[in-house]
Design a protein around this ligand. Structure first.
Ligand SMILES: *[C@@H]1O[C@H](CO)[C@@H](O)[C@H](O)[C@H]1NC(C)=O
Ligand SMILES: *[C@@H]1O[C@H](CO)[C@@H](O)[C@H](O)[C@H]1NC(C)=O
Ligand SMILES: *[C@@H]1O[C@H](CO)[C@@H](O)[C@H](O)[C@H]1NC(C)=O
Ligand SMILES: *[C@@H]1O[C@H](CO)[C@@H](O)[C@H](O)[C@H]1NC(C)=O
Ligand SMILES: *[C@@H]1O[C@H](CO)[C@@H](O)[C@H](O)[C@H]1NC(C)=O
Ligand SMILES: *[C@@H]1O[C@H](CO)[C@@H](O)[C@H](O)[C@H]1NC(C)=O
Ligand SMILES: *[C@@H]1O[C@H](CO)[C@@H](O)[C@H](O)[C@H]1NC(C)=O
Ligand SMILES: *[C@@H]1O[C@H](CO)[C@@H](O)[C@H](O)[C@H]1NC(C)=O
Ligand SMILES: *[C@@H]1O[C@H](CO)[C@@H](O)[C@H](O)[C@H]1NC(C)=O
Ligand SMILES: CC(=O)N[C@H]1CO[C@H](CO)[C@@H](O)[C@@H]1O
Length: 631
């Protein structure tokens, strides 16, 4: 640590460049035509709930229900379920969004006939218009939408016959025309990829063509009895987890097929029919807005805190605080996008009907049986702390293991620190970084004291840390390592966090969490990723790099230049660096315990206050950091 003192002196004496960051004006690259089309759509379409479509704000980033292509140049998805649209869809509005792939206007009160001008949308892939009041015939020629994969027009007033042109949709995997007034015979539809069909509750007559006799009779209920006069051939169910996502701005997105796959798998596993309402615990607003309505620890025994749905074999198990009901399909598919691939599987964002959002994680390579899985979920689900992201619900079946969490819209600390520069990324000030560190330290400390002090987070990294409403760090994805298969030679990024003694991820211990947390502190201080490459393609490990810089006494170079704009925080930076360095020492026993780390970090700012130093960051608009609320 002497080195560090020399280093600190050096730093203080050294020349500091206070860089003023020129903030580029927020560039809106979205085609003006798309923006205008959306504005025309909204202003000509009466609706009950207001939309936050403010012309001043960037469409792609900020407008509810809109998703753009990766380069932000075109709108590719419009999802506006339950907004209270009424009357007919205004013509020549949506049809101008030529790159549109997903259109969801389900659960509104739209009437009039099918908007034929949507024929312009050659890339349309997912069409959800169910639960409206459309009437009249279906379009004759569906072949104009060659990419259509899911079509849901159920619960409307469409009449006339089913167009045989559906046959030309090679990609079609789900077709729901149920609960309309369709008449005539069912055409012979040769759709090899069709996996979900529902034609029930129409006025169809005649016989079911051979090509559709693989579907169960229930998909024809509520028509002329003559339709039920066939013998079901094999009903093949294939899980189609196609996680390749077309043109989107996030890592991956809109993997509707994957989610559909889940739905199918789930159906097959005992939830056939949509009659089953599965209840998902959604956190109440008050909990979102600051966790004051939290349960007191002693309030409820773990047994009581967990309520289970009635189905005996496979069920969505949720933890306390349930006040909303959704069916699983609503949760998984209706408005889901891929958030990204995590250490243990894909994460999806599901936007529920009431506009609240949850994250659904689909675990891969779970390595334990049901009982052990459930036990671990109970342990995780019962951790209630404002700096730990709460597990809302989970689902276990042979083929699918899902976990449901709250969604944090600002994204992870990793994306805040290392995300692409641009409209959405402003450099994190020191105040914010300090609060991230304090919050995360409190969260991990809480985890380490749960379960008789045995629980390990096991996956501490900046992409698993989010900001709670008070802007403090909040940790996620804990406690999974013991139930997952050991991670083989780690992906480079994960390796940057892993303590040197961890060879088997399943056997991670608390000191290895401390190491990983130290790496996060270094990330916050340096603004650099744990493993990154230099211009010369040399791979740099953050911990080694910081050591070498400190050794060489190239002091000022270690800190993120973004931080050097704030005066009078050098001491805090140096102090934090010392804490970080103590966490990343090689020998596990020599690392401080997490509770000690937490106290040290909490003191970083306290010292500053007693010194009477004021920092720009503090005087701006932030409140002093309160001390630990006695966990
Ligand atoms: C449709 O999608 C393809 C492939 O993603 C793309 O090349 C094309 O530009 C899109 N069409 C329009 C009109 O945006
Ligand atoms: C659509 O609904 C409105 C009332 O919201 C009604 O005045 C209008 O006649 C309806 N149009 C059609 C085509 O049903
Ligand atoms: C739907 O339209 C029919 C007439 O076409 C009307 O009787 C009914 O009230 C409408 N339903 C809603 C929910 O607007
Ligand atoms: C639509 O289908 C065509 C042909 O299969 C394909 O080239 C194109 O990329 C698809 N468009 C999208 C948006 O996936
Ligand atoms: C059928 O559609 C009507 C509206 O057209 C809706 O009120 C009703 O809930 C739907 N029934 C089912 C079973 O989906
Ligand atoms: C469909 O409904 C409209 C009224 O909404 C009616 O004029 C038309 O004749 C119907 N078509 C068929 C084929 O039943
Ligand atoms: C279509 O919508 C209905 C009602 O929301 C839903 O029950 C059904 O699962 C959906 N089907 C498909 C294929 O998306
Ligand atoms: C088909 O749709 C009807 C009406 O929405 C619904 O009651 C039924 O459960 C659906 N059947 C299947 C097999 O999805
Ligand atoms: C059902 O179809 C048969 C012939 O396929 C017809 O004789 C009968 O009238 C139809 N029933 C109804 C209720 O439409
Ligand atoms: C919903 C949403 O993201 N709204 C944001 C739009 O942008 C303004 C300013 O950029 C924010 O204040 C809103 O919260």
């Amino acid at each position: 640590m002497e080195k560090l003192e020399v280093f600190a002196m050096n730093f203080l004496l050294g020349s500091l460049f206070l860089l003023s960051i020129v903030r580029g004006s927020v560039a809106e690259t979205l085609a003006q035509n798309d923006k205008q089309a959306l504005l025309d759509f909204m202003s000509n379409f009466p609706h009950l709930r207001s939309l936050n479509w403010n012309e001043q704000f960037p469409v792609c980033k900020n407008w509810t229900g809109i998703t753009c292509s990766e380069d932000g140049s075109r709108v590719i998805s419009v999802r506006l379920p339950g907004v209270g649209f009424h009357g007919p869809i205004p013509q020549n509005t949506l049809s101008r969004l030529a790159a549109l792939q997903i259109l969801s206007l389900r659960s509104n009160a739209i009437n009039g006939s099918f908007p034929l001008d949507l024929g312009n949308l050659k890339n349309l892939t997912f069409l959800y218009l169910q639960y409206n009041n459309f009437s009249g015939p279906l379009p004759l020629d569906f072949s104009v939408w060659r990419n259509l994969t899911v079509v849901n027009l159920s619960s409307n007033g469409f009449n006339g016959s089913i167009p045989p042109s559906f046959s030309s949709l090679n990609q079609l995997s789900a077709l729901n025309l149920a609960n309309n007034s369709l008449s005539g015979e069912v055409p012979d539809l040769h759709l090899p990829n069709l996996q979900v069909l529902n034609l029930s509750y129409n006025n169809l007559v005649g016989n079911v063509p051979k090509s559709l006799q693989r579907f169960p009779k229930s998909v024809f209920f509520g028509n002329n009895e003559s339709l039920l006069d066939y013998t079901v051939t094999n009903y093949p169910v294939v899980l189609v987890p196609n996680e390749k996502i077309p043109n989107s701005k996030n890592v991956g997105r809109l993997s509707e097929r994957a989610l559909l796959g889940i739905v199918i798998a789930v159906s097959v596993l005992g939830l056939v029919g949509f009659g089953f309402l599965l209840f998902v615990c959604l956190l109440r607003r008050k909990t979102v807005d600051g966790f004051p309505g939290k349960l007191e620890k002693g309030d409820m025994s773990p047994e009581k805190a967990i309520s289970r749905s009635q189905d005996a074999s496979n069920k969505l198990v949720f933890f306390e605080g349930c006040n909303s009901a959704f069916d699983l399909e609503d949760l998984l598919r209706a408005s889901a996008e891929v958030l990204g691939k995590g250490t243990y599987g894909m994460a999806y964002k599901a936007i529920l009907e009431d506009a609240s959002m949850v994250v659904v994680k689909r675990l891969k390579d779970v390595n334990v049986g049901k009982k052990e899985f459930e036990q671990q979920m109970d342990v995780i689900g019962n951790i209630k702390h404002e700096n730990v992201i709460e597990l809302r619900a989970y689902y276990y079946s042979k083929d699918e293991k899902l976990m449901v969490y709250d969604y944090y819209s600002q994204g992870s600390v990793a994306s805040m620190l290392h995300g692409k520069r641009g409209e959405n990324r402003t450099p994190l000030d020191w105040e914010t970084r300090l609060k991230i560190a304090i919050g995360a330290a409190r969260g991990i400390t809480c985890i380490h004291t749960e379960s008789g002090g045995k629980l390990v987070h096991g996956n501490v990294k900046s992409s698993n840390i989010f900001l709670n409403p008070q802007k403090y760090g909040c940790v996620s994805d804990l406690g999974l390592s013991p139930i997952m298969s050991a991670l083989a030679p780690p992906i480079a990024r994960a390796a940057g966090y892993r303590a040197p003694e961890v060879t088997d991820t399943r056997k991670a211990m608390q000191p290895s969490d401390v190491y990983s947390f130290g790496v996060i502190l270094l990330e916050l201080l340096t603004g650099k990723s744990p493993v990154h490459t230099t211009n010369g393609d040399e791979v740099i490990h953050l911990v080694r790099w910081v050591h070498s810089v400190v050794r060489e006494e190239w002091t000022a170079e270690v800190f993120d230049i973004q931080l050097l704009r704030y005066p009078n925080i050098e001491e805090e930076l140096v102090e934090m660096l010392q804490i970080a360095m103590s966490c990343v020492v090689r020998i596990p026993d020599q690392r401080p315990r997490m509770s000690e780390v937490m106290k040290m970090i909490e003191n970083v700012r306290a010292t500053d206050l007693t010194n009477g130093a004021t920092s720009e960051a503090k005087s701006e608009n932030s409140t002093p950091i309160p001390s630990s609320p006695g966990t």
